[in-house]
Design a protein around this ligand. Structure first.
Ligand code: HEM
Ligand code: HEM
Length: 195
């Protein structure tokens, strides 16, 4: 092992990195295909995204230390203290998600799950297709359109959260003078940045 390797810590394992960048590509494709009314593409990308998210949920219990959900569950007190310390310019450095980032990660994963469920229900009760087709006869038109609109609203909520996620990534990178985007590509973080 060279000195350079020794100064690096492996944080994001390969499955987490693949999950992240496939999610970014899949989200963009799902959004564009819906806007362009390419619904066959939309639904197939949707299925792939569901599989991706289910995999991440399993990996949250089976992955490396930093991939596991329990390594980035913080108390409200820890999260508030972290947010306050950002303003003071001396926020604690974390190898994995910091408390504010972790909150965003859970919000995004939860929202994605809700988008996927509402998409599957819409597919069944509006388009009469897909694995939840058995719901089609037991749902009123009103309920069906509720799910259709909920799918749309939650996508819009995700479109609000994503820029905040990116702002968090930029601000975290500046705060600790490290390139978080590069770490999500290489998986590595520099040991020297630990406070
Ligand atoms: C992050 C992933 C997703 C995004 C960004 C997304 C986005 C959207 C958007 C923006 C629309 C509205 C299109 C319009 O303007 O009419 C839509 C509609 C729809 N989506 Fe998704 N969606 C996603 C995942 C899914 C999934 C997983 C499924 C189901 C497998 C799904 C099924 C549908 C259906 C059935 C419609 C409505 C089609 C209709 O009105 O008949 N979506 N989606
Ligand atoms: C080009 C756009 C994006 C960039 C540059 C980016 C960058 C990053 C980075 C650097 C991290 C790690 C944060 C940390 O070190 O704590 C991260 C995590 C994450 N990002 Fe993004 N992101 C982008 C788009 C998105 C989108 C569109 C979504 C969701 C639809 C998303 C969902 C997530 C999730 C769920 C995690 C947690 C990863 C895990 O632990 O599995 N990101 N992102």
């Amino acid at each position: 092992m060279s000195d350079k390797d020794a100064a690096q810590v492996k944080v994001w394992d390969m499955p987490v990195r693949l999950f992240h960048w496939a999610l970014v590509a899949g989200f963009a494709t799902a959004y564009l295909s819906a806007e362009l009314h390419k619904m066959t593409v939309h639904v197939w990308i949707g299925y792939a995204l569901i599989a991706l998210l289910l995999f991440r949920l399993v990996w949250g219990f089976a992955g490396n230390q930093y991939a596991r959900f329990k390594s980035f569950i913080f108390t409200p007190q820890e999260t508030l203290a972290y947010v306050r310390s950002i303003r003071g310019g001396h926020a604690k450095h974390y190898y994995g998600h910091n408390p504010a980032g972790a909150l965003m990660v859970f919000a995004l994963l939860g929202l994605l799950l809700a988008i996927f469920v509402s998409g599957l229900v819409t597919l069944a009760v509006i388009d009469f297709e897909g694995p939840l087709l058995f719901l089609a006869n037991s749902v009123s038109d009103e309920t069906a359109y509720f799910f259709r609109h909920a799918h749309d609203w939650m996508v819009n909520a995700a479109l609000l959260l994503i820029p905040l996620h990116l702002l968090g990534v930029v601000s975290g990178s500046l705060q600790h003078k490290e390139n978080l985007v590069r770490s999500m590509v290489t998986g590595m973080k520099s040991k020297a940045t630990e406070v």
